[in-house]
Design a protein around this ligand. Structure first.
Ligand code: NAP
Ligand code: 8YV
Length: 322
C-alpha cells in the first residue's frame, strides 16, 4: 500500500533491493551524496533518508522536514547520531539479520590469516604446484590458540559460539561483563592483549574505540599474535599495525575493514603476512537482501505506525502526530 507518498531521499549508492522496494511505498528521490547539489525544491517534504555508508552532516541543515534516517548496516558510524538526536530524527540500523553471516566470514578470515589459504590457492592457479611442488607449510595454526574478542555483542557472541566448536580458549573485553558466560572477561583491552595470542575486533566505530588497537596493545599481543578486524577500520591504528607487522612485533593480521575505505594503506598491501578483504563481512545476496528489507520496513513502520522497528539506542523516538 502506498504510504501517502512520503518522500525518501537516497544520497549516493544504495543496495539494489532497497531501490527496488522503496517505490512500492514512497516517492524515491535518488540524489548525489553531495548535499551542495540539493535545491530547496528537492529538499521540500523529504521525510526520510535511506543511506549506505557516510551521510554528509550538511543534510541535516537542508532538510527541514526530516524525521528518519534508515541506515543500511548494523554499524551506524557514518551517521552523526548526536546531531540526529538533537533534532528528534530517529536513526535505524539493521541488527541481527546479518549476525550469522558476519560471524561466518570472521572465522573464514581468521583461518585464511593463519593458514595462508588465499596464497595457497594463488600458488595452485599460477601453476606452481606443478613447477615448484607443495605449497610451503603455514608457520601459524589455530590449534592451541587463545582468542580474545574485543566486543561481545550480537556478532561477537556468534563468533564465540563458532570458536567453541574449534576447541580454542575464548576470552573477551567489553566495558560491561556479560552474565552467564564461561568466557573470561578482561576489564581493559591491554590486559586481554597480554593474556591472549589472537584478537578479533568486533566493536562499533565510535570515539571510545577510536585507534584503541595501538602500538602498546600490539606489543602486548606478542610475536605469535594475530589481529583480525571485522568491526571498523577506525578502531585500529593502521600505521602502528603496519610497523608491528613489518618488525615482527605480531605475526599477522586479517582485515575486512579499513579507516579510509576503499583505500587500503600501501604498507598493508606490501606485506605477505596479512589477509585482506574488501569489507565483505555481510556480503552475500541473501543477507544483503534481508538488510535491505529491514531498511525499507523501518521506513514503512515509521510512517504507518509511528514507531520504527530497530531504532538505535540514542534515538528511541516515536513519531509526532500530524
Ligand atoms: P553490538 O551488539 O552493539 O555489540 C557491540 C559490542 O561492542 C558490545 O559487546 C559492546 O559491549 C562492545 N563495545 C562497544 N564499545 C566498546 C568499548 N569502547 N570498549 C569495549 N567494548 C565496547 O553490535 P554488533 O551487532 O555485534 O556489531 C558490532 C559492529 O560490527 C558494528 O557496529 C559494525 O561496526 C561491525 N560490523 C562489521 C561488518 C563487516 O562487514 N565487516 C558487518 C556487520 C557489523 P559494551 O557496551 O559492554 O562495552
Ligand atoms: C555493510 C557493515 O556492508 O552492517 C555493517 O555495519 O559494515 C556491513 O554489513 C555496510 O554497512 C554496508 O555499507
Amino acid at each position: 500500500m502506498p504510504q501517502g507518498r512520503h518522500r525518501i531521499l537516497v544520497p549516493g549508492n544504495m543496495n539494489k533491493h532497497v531501490l527496488d522496494r522503496l517505490p512500492q511505498h514512497f516517492e524515491l528521490v535518488p540524489v548525489s551524496s553531495d548535499p551542495a547539489l540539493i535545491t530547496p525544491e528537492i529538499a521540500s517534504g523529504i521525510g526520510g533518508i535511506a543511506v549506505q555508508g557516510k551521510l554528509a552532516p550538511a543534510f541535516f541543515d537542508i532538510l527541514p522536514d526530516l524525521e528518519i534516517i534508515a541506515n543500511f548496516g548494523v554499524g551506524y558510524d557514518g551517521v552523526d547520531v548526536e546531531r540526529a538526536a538533537s533534532r528528534n530524527v530517529v536513526v535505524t540500523n539493521t541488527p541481527d539479520v546479518l549476525t550469522d553471516e558476519v560471524a561466518d566470514t570472521t572465522i573464514a578470515l581468521l583461518l585464511n590469516t593463519l593458514r595462508r589459504l588465499p596464497a595457497a590457492e594463488q600458488w595452485l592457479r599460477a601453476g606452481r604446484w606443478v613447477s615448484d611442488g607443495a605449497f610451503p607449510l603455514s608457520p601459524l595454526t589455530l590449534r592451541g590458540r587463545t582468542v580474545g574478542l574485543y566486543g561481545l555483542g550480537r556478532i561477537g557472541l556468534a563468533i564465540a559460539k563458532r570458536l567453541e566448536s574449534f576447541g580454542v580458549a575464548i576470552a573477551y573485553h567489553t566495558r560491561t561483563p556479560r552474565e552467564g558466560l564461561a568466557y573470561k572477561h578482561y576489564p581493559t583491552l591491554l590486559s586481554m592483549a597480554q593474556a591472549v595470542d589472537t584478537i578479533v575486533v568486533i566493536v562499533p566505530g565510535t570515539d571510545s574505540t577510536y585507534r584503541t588497537v595501538n602500538a602498546e596493545v600490539l606489543q602486548a599481543l606478542g610475536a605469535n599474535g594475530i589481529l583480525v578486524n571485522m568491526g571498523r577500520g577506525t578502531t585500529v591504528d593502521e600505521a602502528a599495525l603496519v610497523d608491528a607487522l613489518q618488525r615482527g612485533v605480531i605475526a599477522g593480521a586479517g582485515l575486512d575493514v579499513f579507516e579510509a575505505e576503499p583505500h587500503v594503506p600501501d604498507g598493508l598491501l606490501a606485506l605477505p603476512n596479512v589477509s585482506l578483504l574488501p569489507h565483505v563481512g555481510s556480503a552475500s545476496q541473501a543477507t544483503r537482501n534481508a538488510m535491505g528489507d529491514l531498511v525499507v520496513d523501518n521506513l514503512v513502520a515509521w510512517f504507518e505506525t509511528g514507531a520504527a522497528l530497530t531504532p538505535v539506542p540514542e534515538t528511541p523516538f516515536k513519531r509526532q502526530a500530524g
